[in-house]
Write a protein that binds this ligand. Structure first.
Ligand SMILES: *[C@@H]1O[C@H](CO)[C@@H](O)[C@H](O)[C@H]1NC(C)=O
Ligand SMILES: *[C@@H]1O[C@H](CO)[C@@H](O)[C@H](O)[C@H]1NC(C)=O
Ligand SMILES: *[C@@H]1O[C@H](CO)[C@@H](O)[C@H](O)[C@H]1NC(C)=O
Ligand SMILES: *[C@@H]1O[C@H](CO)[C@@H](O)[C@H](O)[C@H]1NC(C)=O
Ligand SMILES: *[C@@H]1O[C@H](CO)[C@@H](O)[C@H](O)[C@H]1NC(C)=O
Ligand SMILES: CC(=O)N[C@H]1CO[C@H](CO)[C@@H](O)[C@@H]1O
Ligand SMILES: CC(=O)N[C@H]1CO[C@H](CO)[C@@H](O)[C@@H]1O
Length: 770
């Protein structure tokens, strides 16, 4: 895949043609296939003493905030932005990627960038990652079914040619279990149906017919892989191989428990809940666990742990999640509440939470147990007997439009006369540029960068320089340039796709970084939305104040495309880009991908969230602004675990931390690289652009200092193009003086400016905190 973001150096280079999808060469990392030949029955032990603990009373978290119900802000996600049809300027088209027969749209938008998207496209056989498990449709003749893998930390594969390693990944294809049925006896005997496609969950169904199927609820963090059998005879393979299977004392009436050790020495626990009035006897036949008869509604649950506390969750599984959130002063709280089926002694299911949840988990994330499991690339996950994962994260309460820093003890922004004079000189020149011509591009990405660049210059002219002449010179030009996009007259107009439901560029798959296939929408539209917010603000204060009302729907159409907060808006999927479980967005759209979804530019993810905040502010939509604030708060936590590596980070593998930044982070691998070149300034700065007021909250002074000292100070002198300006403005996040000196120096050359960067803004940002 090739999408993403050359932070262009001033020359427009076309993105390369995507290479054909390459499956990782797995070498010898898959476990041997073993078969057991003998056929012992597996006696489940009967339900016995001690009696189960009484069910824990369940909180009804959806109504938990009734005390503040009259406070409009008690749930930021309680309303859609709009339920209007997308603007008629967007021509209605059907997508080139058709929905597969097994993908049930049910008149709803179909999510494109979610963790289960590999099961929506192509032949549906590539894995999806719920973490800590991955699942995939296995159609190998002898094992037709749903394969399950859980990779231990010591199984991760590291690049051995470079130090630090350039990449690591979790080996794929190790089938610890394959959930199947005796009826699935040829490779086309079962098809994969995908239903109830939501932003936090989906239901996969491996079906022989309408009434004979195995249902797999797919929820990130689910502690069990749960398979519910309907009118089929259960059959479980293990290509890794069963070494031993022992019945255990039943934790609860109707639930049989087994310890299953595999030939890789990992012991799993299997719980089987047999519905009342039915019976099922399992035995080992030709190396597979097979039932003696068909069952209807029988629940198989496996967990890669032998921790006895998990017994309390056996029988209960999550099917869906709901998101609520709120802002209180300098904290933002987000709550993932899982709805469950079945019942357990403890009254909850089992969830595994990621490190960025655990760090800020509130008391509602109950039932911590002595079990951790490795995720593929997001560190170790902590087990909880809970139906709720809730975290309270710091938010940047002082952040708005103005330059903002987290450098301790810095006042500001404040400007001396001489700094203002320098900014004015830069602006004198830059307000004369031809904004309309410069942004007349066949790319929502590049045009967005140009528009936001001029929007920041406009901001500086109005609020820092208080220079009405410059404002009245630049503002009409910016309005004009944006108008080309609002009236959809740009080189590649936008269409509204009625297949998946979203606003896509009319280019080909090879254009605009794959925007037509739902790549990078939050990056692209985030730039346009932020530019529009700044323009609307300046127009309200210095123009006729009519711009916002006249153009609001266009901006909000783009927002709804990448960040629709509510399912009542039936024209767009809920949160196409942002993943509220992993705490950041995924950039890859409707492509099959061997290593899953990915994101390269963590900083353009921040920019997209910041755009929501700014637009929420100018439209007095405090919920939208709060969503932006909450996202930025979450991004600060997740990016600093998985993308931006402080020396003392303990989440990522120690050897890999020495890279300081992830590079491209996939569901299943991290590749310290970019999609557009291997230069270190590319790899590092794609996690820094654009430098905006929110940057300092996420890229801490400490991180930027470590990265600079270890990786960037030694290369900056050799960089002679737009990447130099990016490196030097990034330095302002930890050393504004050095940064300001560079941009204010008389030897400064315009070739040091990336096409999304202005000298005016660079001076205004670095000069704010001297
Ligand atoms: C597969 O199983 C069905 C019963 O569900 C049976 O009718 C059919 O003959 C079997 N096919 C093979 C190839 O064994
Ligand atoms: C499993 O454990 C046995 C005995 O402790 C050991 O000999 C064998 O090497 C282990 N196998 C694997 C795959 O780790
Ligand atoms: C934010 O959360 C922290 C940690 O729980 C707490 O100490 C602080 O008082 C909270 N601030 C506000 C404004 O609620
Ligand atoms: C947690 O589990 C590990 C491994 O199963 C075990 O060695 C350890 O003693 C347990 N700790 C507690 C506090 O139970
Ligand atoms: C937002 O609220 C402020 C203060 O009440 C008001 O001046 C402004 O006109 C409002 N803006 C919009 C777009 O409603
Ligand atoms: C498409 C559209 O309605 N654009 C409007 C944006 O706002 C300006 C007013 O500032 C109008 O002139 C445009 O028609
Ligand atoms: C020891 C440790 O975990 N250090 C830091 C690594 O990064 C995370 C994420 O920001 C920090 O929370 C840790 O303090």
């Amino acid at each position: 895949m090739w999408h993403w973001i050359p932070a262009n150096t001033g020359h427009y280079s076309r993105p390369a043609i995507p290479p054909p999808y390459v499956r990782y060469d797995m070498g010898n990392v898959t476990a041997p296939h073993r078969r057991n030949e003998y056929v012992p029955p597996i006696p489940p032990r009967n339900y016995a003493t001690p009696p189960p603990l009484p069910p824990r009373p369940r909180d009804d978290f959806t109504n938990a905030d009734t005390s503040t119900a009259k406070n409009d802000m008690s749930n930021l996600f309680s309303a859609p932005l709009s339920t209007d049809a997308p603007l008629s300027e967007f021509k209605r088209v059907q997508h080139e990627v058709k929905l597969l027969p097994g993908v049930h749209k049910d008149d709803k938008p179909v999510p494109t960038n979610k963790f289960y998207a590999n099961m929506l496209v192509a032949d549906q056989t590539l894995p999806i990652w719920t973490q800590p498990y991955s699942l995939w449709l296995d159609q190998e003749k002898s094992y037709v079914g749903m394969a399950i893998s859980q990779i231990r930390a010591d199984q991760r594969v590291f690049d051995t040619h470079n130090k630090p390693p350039r990449f690591f990944f979790a080996p794929r294809g190790i089938r610890s279990f394959v959930f199947s049925a005796t009826e699935f006896n040829s490779s086309n005997a079962a098809s994969l149906d995908m239903r109830d496609l939501k932003h936090l969950s989906a239901q996969a169904r491996l079906a022989k017919s309408d009434h004979e199927y195995i249902q797999f609820p797919l929820v990130q963090g689910m502690g069990f892989v749960t398979a519910i059998y309907y009118n089929l005879v259960p059959k479980l393979y293990s290509p890794v191989g069963f070494r031993s299977i022992q019945g255990q004392t039943s934790p609860r009436s109707g639930i049989n428990k087994y310890r299953v050790q595999l030939h890789d020495n990992v012991t799993w626990t299997l719980y089987v809940s047999v519905p009342q009035g039915q019976s099922l006897t399992l035995s080992l036949q030709n190396g597979a666990i097979v039932g003696d008869k068909g069952v209807n509604g029988c629940v198989f649950q496996i967990v890669s742990s032998t921790e006895d506390a998990i017994d309390r969750a056996a029988g209960c599984y999550p099917v869906d999640g709901s998101l609520t959130g709120s802002i209180d002063g300098s904290n933002g709280t987000y709550t993932l509440t899982y709805s469950t089926r079945g019942s357990s002694n403890g009254g909850t299911t089992l969830m595994y939470a990621l490190p960025h949840h655990v760090e800020y988990a509130t008391g509602k994330t109950t039932g911590k147990i002595n079990s951790t499991l490795a995720s593929t690339v997001l560190g170790n996950m902590q087990g909880y007997l809970t139906n709720v994962i809730e975290a309270k994260v710091p938010i940047a309460s002082g952040l708005s439009f103005d330059p903002f820093t987290t450098i301790p003890d810095k006042m500001g922004p404040q400007y001396s006369d001489s700094v203002k004079q320098k900014i004015r000189e830069a602006a004198d020149k830059e307000v004369n540029n031809d904004v309309s011509r410069e942004s007349d591009l066949d790319s929502m990405y590049y045009s967005g960068k140009i528009l936001l660049k001029y929007a920041w210059i406009l901001y500086v002219c109005q609020y820092i320089l208080h220079d009405g002449d410059k404002v009245s010179k630049l503002m009409p030009k910016l309005k004009d340039a944006i108008q080309r996009f609002i009236s959809n007259r740009q080189q590649l107009p936008l269409n509204y796709d009625t297949t998946w439901n979203g606003i896509i560029s009319s280019g080909t798959i090879y254009q605009d970084f794959g925007n037509p296939y739902y790549n990078d929408h939050h990056f692209h539209y985030g730039y346009h939305v932020a530019a529009a917010a700044i323009l609307a603000k300046v127009d309200a204060d210095a123009g006729d104040g009519k711009w916002l009302a006249a153009n609001k729907s266009w901006v909000e159409n783009l927002i709804r495309d990448y960040a629709n907060p509510h399912e009542d808006d039936k024209y767009f999927p809920v949160f196409r880009s942002f993943d509220w479980f992993t705490g950041h967005s995924w950039a890859k759209g409707v492509f099959e991908s061997g290593d899953g979804k990915d994101q390269e530019s963590s900083s353009e993810d921040v920019n997209a969230a910041y755009a929501l905040k700014l637009w929420g502010q100018v439209t007095n939509n405090s919920k939208l602004a709060g969503i932006g604030d909450l996202m930025i708060g979450i991004l600060r936590t997740s990016l600093n675990h998985y993308f931006l590596y402080l020396d003392d980070n303990r989440t990522m593998p120690a050897a890999f931390i020495k890279n300081k930044v992830s590079g491209i982070l996939f569901d299943n691998k991290v590749d310290h690289a970019t999609y557009f070149g291997a230069e270190p300034q590319y790899i590092h700065m794609i996690h820094a652009i654009p430098i905006i007021p929110a940057s300092s909250f996420v890229r801490s002074p400490k991180f930027v200092r470590e990265e600079w000292d270890q990786k960037l100070s030694s290369i900056v002198d050799e960089v002679d193009d737009g990447w130099k300006g990016l490196l030097m403005l990034n330095l302002a996040l930890t050393d504004p003086q050095a940064s300001y000196k560079f941009f204010s120096d008389n030897s400064f050359q315009d070739k040091y400016l990336d096409n999304g960067q202005s000298r005016t803004w660079s001076l205004a940002y670095s000069g704010a905190f001297l």
